[in-house]
Design a protein around this ligand. Sequence first.
Ligand code: FAD
Ligand code: NAP
Ligand code: SF4
Length: 671
Amino acid sequence: MSFPHLLAPLDLGFTTLKNRVLMGSMHTGLEEEKGGFEKLAAFYRERAAGGVGLIVTGGISPNLRGRLAPNATQLSFPWQVGRHRIVTDAVHEAGGKICMQILHAGRYGYHPFSLAPSAIKSPITPFKPGAMSNRQVRGTIKDYASSAKLAKKAGYDGVEVMGSEGYLINQFICERTNKRTDDWGGSFEKRIRFPLEIVRAIRAEVGSDFIIIFRLSMIDLVEDGSSWEEVVALAKALETAGVSIINTGIGWHEARVPTIATSVPRAGFAWVTERLKKEVSVPLVATNRINTPEIAEQVLSSGQADMVSMARPFLADPEFVNKAAANQSALINTCIGCNQACLDHTFKMQRATCLVNPRACYETEITFHPTQSPKRIAVMGAGPAGMAFSVYAAGRGHKVVLFEAKTEVGGQFNLARKIPGKEEFNETIRYFNEQMQQTGVELRLNTRLDASVLCAEHFDEVVIASGVVPRALDLPGFDSPKVVTYQQVLNGEVEVGDKVALIGAGGIGFDMAHFLGEKQSTTLDPKRWRAQWGIDESYANRGGLATPVKEATERTIYLLQRKTTPMGKGLGKTTGWIHRAVAKMHGVVQMTGVSYERFDEKGLHIRVGDDAQVLDVDTVVLCAGQESNRVLLSEMEGTGKPVHLIGGVDVAAELDAKRAIRQGAELAMRI
Ligand code: FAD
Ligand code: NAP
Ligand code: SF4
């Protein structure tokens, strides 16, 4: 067995988990959809069948005031039990175990009825919470217990009490948000009374043969968070109060330190769980940016934790554990930590899914059945769209020949993966390469598909996935060799000077600023990464924060856009702030409302409003969006074959890999 620690059972005394894999809590959005629980059951069933040891559901509120949003789910009444049964039955039929997470949002509630220990508004919600009365505190403890009792009735194997990420319980624990002077605030003992009474009340209600996981904030990453001594003391008290497992929580949602983005080093916070391992004997779960069986095994075999929690990796691949057990980890569709289709959707109140696996949370809607009429299909371009189409269509039984003009597959992902912090994008290319072999896609590298190929060979249909080309700008002096495209820079085809202007501040403009500003990726150097973001391994201060270490930047970089809206406004909801913070770290000069006039030996001539300026730069990099690569479209259409367009060649505007892969999958489902 290649992953002996990962696949070892865990005996909890009254029950045994079949391995050390916990599927972490994720809100999918199905919880609130009409008929969503049936879809949720299909989602969890696939993960249970895929070998997960213990699943934790998305957060369910114990009462009305604790809801994250007005329409969010709660479990407080017997009539709500039935729909949960659909989920627990599905998981048990598939041989899995499942706990329901109880989450009271406290001041993170996105509605005017939210309650918290003290009436202090959070920086990430517009609503100021009310301060709980003593009666409301006691009532909430009871609500937790009765929710857990109903969860047991619904067939769950246990509950997870969400005590981290800055939600209600965390708000009670920390002085930052708890200014009470009664029995629930003030001293540390009084601040932790709320979580301890919740655990005791739940244990009294559910008996001893029911899992209680407590998600403990082990490093708050905010000012006035817990000290390390307080984390340890609370963990010990929770153990005495009767928890079965302690899961790790990293950072409050309002923390200004990335905790799960792709630029966070793999298992970059396992050291926090490891610290606590020496202090308690209850099983501990490590979490955050653990996304391969190899990394998970390393965390477990080095004694950093007893279990590993992975959440998004199970959106990316429900078969993760089974593939690991079969020594097929190369076949795992790896979560790249982009947040684009999961968390970004959740924050926009959309159903979560996955950029690399569009079937996630659409298990009953996106299905690939064997074709009854196999076709021979030519595909132009092995970018994300072409690769996705090819593997899904070949998987259905079509004969797919994939033509790629370049020497490697991946399209623009080969540029994306060169950006510091985007190393994970390599995994998607690896995954599709493996899948192409598994499904029998015939790959022809170094081969342009054109009409002559279609005349020489028989194909029933043609799929064009030729992607995009960088937009060129026709301005005086822009024919200079010092005006280059992002593609030329990332391919290493041109030299970039010390003073650079980037035209265009979309995702690629920000990525280019990072590429030119950071010599070596901190993501691959966890110590440097922690120093850069001010994470203190010695835990000298409350919250585990230290003063960030600034690295010298060798280049002067200007990032320019024509719009007058704030820079980076269109970036991902959960990651845009990280890109903006990194640009600031590198001293990038950001200018909005810019119009471009010309380039000459003095530099780039621009106008900002009425103000004419010359930026003294030696290189201009065009990051001004893309245009569809349609040069061969009419030639293809002229062959008389049915032609389909997917990805960037279809529509270049607002193209991202999420759309490219989904379009490929959807066409493969239909064709
Ligand atoms: P492309 O990736 O452009 O692929 C098209 C392929 O077709 C190419 O390989 C090309 O060589 C081939 N081709 C063209 N003509 C022919 C022909 N005649 N015969 C054979 N082959 C041909 N997206 C995200 O979602 N998240 C990100 O974080 C992200 N970061 C990015 C960072 C950078 C620096 C860049 C450049 C892009 C990034 N993207 C990101 C965008 C993402 O890579 C694209 O949206 C995606 O690659 C588009 O996929 P596609 O398959 O439509 O086209
Ligand atoms: P983009 O987000 O559309 O940005 C293009 C930029 O070019 C904008 O700043 C635009 O701003 C400017 N521009 C457009 N036309 C111009 C013109 N004619 N002259 C001068 N400037 C012009 O596209 P992108 O940055 O190329 O990224 C492509 C896609 O890749 C994006 O849609 C994105 O989803 C994806 N991507 C995502 C990430 C990520 O981290 N999630 C990272 C990289 C890429 P003005 O019009 O205001 O000047
Ligand atoms: Fe992972 Fe991105 Fe998929 Fe979310 S959308 S699960 S971060 S690959």
